[in-house]
Every structure is written in structure tokens, then in C-alpha cells.
Design a protein around this ligand. Structure first.
Ligand code: BGC
Length: 280
């Protein structure tokens, strides 16, 4: 039984616009990453499902993706570990030959007031959310540069999608490490796009708002929390992981070929200053 505040997404037929492409999605054993991995597979891509701890769930995601008639593998790696990231890409190349799409999604929160935040909490978030995206993007770019455009597969030599957040622009008290990491992701993404565009490599971000995933469960799991959350969401529904998956499929596809160096906010207008709807 869905909760009363659950809003079903419209169903749609998914054209296989990523047929023949090879994708790697980090942090793909839950939440947004899992939905993105499934979405790319449904759109025809072969998908490597990166995870760090949840072996069993990653295997289930792989099985579900294979149900779309594409290849899928699970690859364990901590994206903050340079050697592990290198080994992960090698596993992907051994299985798929190359990679066309990287969705640098793995991320976490370690919330604390600034004066109570430990260096460990700060580092955990920066290491995974920002350094992890750099390490994965670097390996992907090395492969894109080596290989160039794959004729008949995509008009671009490679696509990187950085998973950012509305908190790349919305300051977030009690979550300074997280907001700083996402602000960093924005500049990492734009700088890479500027540097790599002449090579036909596209780099973009998706900035999700409040999406129904384990990372923010307390913000939506009770009707009271949900009502409070809706004060921040002009569209008056929580985002579902599939909302992000659809944006990722589009950005990864040649339909988005002229979109480079930008952030697609998928947030039900959360970044439109909802407090000003009635005030100011
Ligand atoms: C955070 C969530 C939060 C959302 C909107 C996301 O990036 O991970 O915890 O609900 O932003 O504030």
C-alpha cells in the first residue's frame, strides 16, 4: 500500500536510445544510483553497477538490468580509493571493452553543526562526493581520449554525468560538508566541460532536490515530515528516483548532444525560492 502522499509517476515507453553504449554508474546499489542504472539499461546500455558494501543488492540490480536484454556486471569499489577506482575501470574494460557513459553518483551525508563537525565527518563527505567524482571522471576521460568517437554508437567521444544536488546553490545549515562537496562538484563539472568540449566529451550535472531515497528518509517517511518538506517544494510532490533516471538517460543520449557544462535541476522548483511565493 503506498503512503497517501505517494504520487505515482506517469508511465512511458522507453526508446532504446542508448543501444550499444557502455555505462558505469557509481553508488548504484540503492536510491538514485540504482534507478539510474536501471534506467540506462532499460534504454539499451550495458551497465556496470558499482557498489561499496551491498553485494547482495548490487547482484539483484544486475539481474534486473539483464532482464532488459543488455549486459550488466556488479563492481565493488570505494570511489574515494584511487587504486580501487583504477581496478574498477579495468574490470569494466575487461567485461565491456570500453565505457561511453559515466554517472558519478556515489555520495553520502555525515551531518553535523559546524562547531561539532569532526574532521572525519568532513573528510568522509569530501572524499566520496568530490574526490570520488574526480577519480572516476579522470579514468573515464583517459579512456574517452584514447578511443575517440565510436562511429554509429554516439556522436560524442564520451559523456560524464555528475550527480550534484540543489545544495550546489542552496546553502545548508548543519550540512556544510555536503553543501561544500556539491558546490565543488559544480566547478569540477564546469571546468572539465570547458577543458574537454573540443574533444567531443560532454560533462554535465544533475541536481536533484528532495528525492525519496534512504539518504533523506526522516524527511519524508511520516506524513508530518512530508508536509513540512512540501513547504520547500512548489510542485508539491517528492521526487522519485525514476525522475532522476529519466534525466540521466536524456543527458547521456545524443538527444542532448549540444548540452555541455550545465546543470539540470530536477527538483520540483525547490530552487525557485519557495519562501517568496507569498512574501517579499
Ligand atoms: C540531500 C537530501 C535532501 C535534498 C534536498 C539532497 O542532495 O541528499 O538529503 O533532502 O538534497 O534538500
Amino acid at each position: 500500500m503506498p503512503a497517501p502522499h505517494n504520487t505515482a509517476l506517469p508511465s512511458y515507453a522507453c526508446p532504446r536510445i542508448l543501444a550499444g553504449q557502455k555505462a558505469l554508474v557509481t553508488g548504484a546499489s540503492s536510491g538514485i544510483g540504482k534507478a539510474v542504472a536501471l534506467g540506462l539499461g532499460r534504454a539499451g546500455a550495458d551497465v556496470a553497477v558499482n557498489y561499496n558494501t551491498k553485494d547482495e543488492i548490487a547482484r539483484e540490480v544486475v539481474e534486473e538490468i539483464r532482464g532488459f536484454g543488455v549486459q550488466a556486471i556488479a563492481v565493488k569499489a570505494d570511489v574515494a580509493d584511487e587504486d580501487a577506482v583504477r581496478a574498477m575501470f579495468k574490470t569494466v574494460f575487461d567485461a565491456f571493452g570500453t565505457v561511453d557513459i559515466l554517472v558519478a553518483n556515489a555520495g553520502l551525508q555525515r551531518d553535523a553543526k559546524i562547531d561539532e563537525m569532526t574532521l572525519e565527518q568532513w573528510k568522509a563527505v569530501i572524499d566520496v562526493n568530490l574526490t570520488g567524482q574526480f577519480l572516476c571522471a579522470r579514468e573515464a576521460v583517459r579512456e574517452f581520449k584514447r578511443r575517440g568517437v565510436r562511429e554509429g554508437v554516439s556522436v560524442a567521444a564520451g559523456k560524464i554525468i555528475c550527480m550534484s544536488s540543489v545544495h550546489q546553490v542552496i546553502p545548508w545549515a548543519g550540512h556544510a560538508n555536503y553543501a561544500a562537496s556539491k558546490g565543488g562538484v559544480d566547478m569540477l563539472m564546469q571546468s572539465m566541460a570547458q577543458e574537454l568540449a573540443p574533444l567531443r566529451i560532454r560533462v554535465n550535472s544533475i541536481a536533484p532536490g528532495a528525492i525519496r531515497t534512504p539518504i533523506n528518509r526522516p524527511a519524508w517517511e511520516t506524513p508530518e515530515a512530508y508536509a513540512k518538506l512540501m513547504e520547500l517544494v512548489p510542485y508539491k510532490r517528492i521526487g522519485e528516483p525514476e525522475d532522476i533516471a529519466q534525466a540521466a538517460v536524456f543527458l547521456a543520449s545524443d538527444m542532448a548532444d549540444y548540452i555541455n557544462g550545465t546543470t539540470l535541476f530536477v527538483d520540483g522548483a525547490m530552487t525557485c525560492y519557495p519562501g517568496f511565493a507569498t512574501g517579499g
